[in-house]
Design a protein around this ligand. Structure first.
Ligand code: GLU
Length: 161
């Protein structure tokens, strides 16, 4: 059984034509799983719907409390990429759980999105990685303690090199 906690971010964004505004919609992960004939047991809980740039320390404490209160061992947290590393660090040292943070550079509602690939990758990662907290993005696994987002290149990188 996998628990999915959604927190917002571009993965769930809805864009509007004439306005340069966005809203964060219902988590799309249910739809992605159903379109992908996913057969595993899972449940989705929407914890918050925020662009990750708007997340506060208090929000991160709420996300951590939800993870700690989850009985499942395998937890995927969907999250905006800009501050995914910070939330990953805020989820450190939770025993006996594999926690995988995932998001998308482009909204799941768009045809050319990385959301479906990233979610599939996160599902595999959460079931196979040892306990701990990880970022699973664009085909790579990262340790939040040693990772930065390269905003210009739209990708995560090691902060060690
Ligand atoms: N500001 C957005 C966020 O971090 C960046 C795009 C994304 O979600 O990846 O929520």
């Amino acid at each position: 059984m996998i628990k999915i906690l959604s927190t917002g971010g571009t993965i769930d964004k809805i864009y509007f034509d004439a306005k340069s505004e966005f809203q964060i919609g219902e988590p799309l992960i249910d739809e992605i799983f159903s379109e992908s004939y996913v057969a595993l047991a899972y449940s989705v809980e929407s914890v918050m719907r925020k662009d990750s740039l708007d997340l506060t320390t208090a929000d991160r404490a709420v996300i951590r409390a939800h993870v700690e209160a989850t009985s499942e061992q395998h937890i995927i947290v969907t999250h905006g990429t800009d501050t995914m590393v910070e939330t990953g660090k805020a989820l450190a040292n939770i025993p006996d759980k594999t926690i995988v943070l995932v998001g998308a550079m482009q909204p799941a509602r768009l045809r050319r999105t990385d959301a479906i690939f990233n979610i599939g990758f996160a599902v595999a990662a959460v079931q196979t990685l040892p306990t701990g907290v990880y970022i699973a993005m664009n085909g790579k696994i990262f340790d939040p303690q040693t990772t930065v987002k390269n905003v210009a290149e739209n990708r995560f990188e090691s902060s060690l090199s």
